[in-house]
Design a protein around this ligand. Structure first.
Ligand code: HEM
Length: 511
């Protein structure tokens, strides 16, 4: 047996001495780490300031302040298309490299940052392994296709109309309305009805229900967990503290799960029992998936547990996103009189306003399409970097070699504001999309990268089209309230963006 000899430790060593020795050791460790990161790490040649190379503090502070997209954008402007934003993370805005990272042929997997963001939720958005993700997308099949969304259009249209009619009632009554809140009611009712076959009654009750508060809480909790993965353990410890506010935050995941469970079991019963007059089950994204659970001949399918996770995930990613982009789109239209007038003229010339407005009538409107595209360029809901991991063997990207395991991330915010591609990049100019170049199209990434691109984009586009047209047609006197300023609409960025004031006020403005 080896005998441990501690004779080298002086017997008169006091607690004070031990502390000094420990502190000294830690300082030496920090110094060695700083020297390693600056001069010897394989990433030391990547441009960037010294403080991002040696510590994550800079990135974490900007992330918590809700200013990450701006901070990273500023570094790109100073250091170019490849910049080190933390000791282990590189931001890239070189378009060839971005396409390589998200290509179908050699997909870089999502980083573990997503596991923190989504916690125990095991749904398509947060799956980090490529094979698991591929199988899940296959199982979704054509549920999110344009054709399937067209079949759901009457449900979507019904909610858009209800929302706009209620906004009109308030505005005509001389009251100020918060567009952001109404968008939240509308998008939550839509995603709920097309997922579970039943809306949340938010537009009917005209108030935020506890589920929406949980959805908002989960984005905060998820954001903190993504930045500090070790906090997952802290969250477990906190769950034993019987303080009501702590309990409310800590348990938001569980409340969402139990809501999803109840809604799904209701839906399953309906799929089995309730049919419409022609004997077909009520249309929902999950009808086929639920039908396939016990069908041995269905090749690509999900387990009941996987369906449960997807159902909850839909509520999280399918409401806030359209809320934000829809709000900014209308804000931009109201802010630019010439855009509003051109759009109104197009609707009049196309005769869209006569009779009920359907998505079919809106789909081919050229100027409307350009307005939405410009809104997606400047106000896509998730414009921050989407972290990916360099695959085994490492890869050459934008002239630099990246070892395997390094996190690379590219933000649409910067790609969409490249002045070499988009003239006057900060200005809202839908005209640029009337005859776009191939390069402009190539730089657009509002729905994320190829392999993990947004499943809900057909739904989102339909909501945005209907929203713009129904709002301009039914509520012609709406405009921005004086309280809605450029400052109040500045972005706050926690994975998705939001107006800093958390509202966007409209009121009656007679033209
Ligand atoms: C204007 C509205 C929307 C925008 C701008 C948007 C944007 C995005 C972006 C950028 C991603 C990629 C995220 C990443 O790589 O980490 C994404 C993924 C996703 N989005 Fe959306 N989204 C919108 C609406 C929706 C809606 C309405 C749904 C419906 C539930 C949805 C469902 C999803 C899903 C499931 C994914 C994950 C896809 C995968 O990983 O395979 N999104 N979205």
């Amino acid at each position: 047996m080896v005998k441990l000899d501690f004779d080298f430790i002086p017997s008169d060593l006091t607690l004070d001495h031990s502390f000094v020795i420990l502190l000294g050791g830690y300082v030496v460790y920090l110094l060695v780490n700083v020297l390693y990161q600056l001069y010897f790490s394989p990433l030391s040649k990547i441009p960037g300031p010294w403080y991002t190379a040696v510590s994550r503090i800079w990135l974490t502070c900007h992330t918590f302040a809700g200013r990450r997209i701006f901070a990273v954008h500023n570094l790109h402007q100073k250091y170019g298309p490849v910049v080190r934003i933390s000791p282990t993370e590189i931001a890239i805005s070189d378009i060839e490299a971005v396409k390589q990272i998200h290509s179908q042929q050699d997909p870089y997997r999502k980083s573990d940052w997503y596991s923190g963001l989504t916690g125990d939720l095991n749904a398509v958005f947060g799956l980090v392994h490529n094979d698991t993700h591929k199988a899940r997308r296959r199982a979704w099949g054509t549920a999110w296709s344009h054709t399937n969304m067209t079949a759901m259009e009457p449900v979507i249209r019904k909610h858009v109309y209800t929302c706009v009619e209620k906004i009109k009632r308030e505005i005509e009554g001389g009251r100020r309305v918060d567009l952001l809140a109404w968008m939240q009611f509308m998008t939550t009712d839509i995603i709920s009805e097309i997922s579970y076959g039943r809306d949340m009654g938010m537009l009917a009750k005209e108030m935020v229900n506890p589920l929406v508060q949980d959805l908002l809480a989960i984005t905060v909790v998820g954001g903190i967990r993504a930045e500090f993965p070790s906090l997952q353990t802290v969250q477990k410890i906190l769950s034993y503290i019987p303080h009501p506010t702590i309990q409310w935050f800590v348990n938001c995941d569980h409340r969402l799960e139990s809501h999803g469970d109840k809604a799904l079991s209701d839906l399953r019963r309906e799929v089995q029992d309730c049919k419409d007059k022609s004997g077909n089950p009520r249309a929902s994204l999950f009808t086929k998936l639920l039908d396939d659970v016990d069908n041995p001949s269905a090749k690509h399918k999900m387990t009941m547990e996987e369906i449960r996770h997807e159902a909850i995930n839909n509520m999280i990613v399918g409401s806030d996103t359209v809320t934000v982009t829809g709000t900014y789109m209308l804000w931009a239209i109201y802010r630019h009189n010439e855009v509003r007038e051109k759009l109104e003229r197009e609707l009049k010339d196309a005769g869209v306003a006569g009779g009920e407005i359907t998505d079919e009538k809106c789909q081919n409107l050229v100027y409307l399409t350009a307005v939405i595209k410009e809104a997606l360029r400047l106000y896509s809901a998730a414009p921050m970097g989407l972290p990916r991991v360099v695959p085994d063997g490492g890869r050459l990207l934008a002239g630099y070699f990246f070892p395997q395991g390094v996190n690379v991330t590219s933000q649409a915010y910067t790609l969409h504001r490249n002045p070499k591609i988009f003239e006057d990049p900060y200005a809202f100019k839908p005209e640029r999309w009337l005859s776009p170049t191939k390069v402009m199209e190539n730089y657009m990434m509002p729905w994320g990268g190829q392999t993990r691109s947004c499943l809900g984009q057909h739904l989102a586009m339909m909501e945005l089209r209907l929203l713009a047209v129904v709002m301009l047609t039914l509520c012609p006197n709406a405009g921005l309230a004086r309280t809605c300023t450029d400052e109040s609409m500045e972005f706050e960025n926690y994975f998705i963006i939001k107006p800093r004031s958390h509202r966007c006020d409209l009121e009656r403005v007679d033209k």
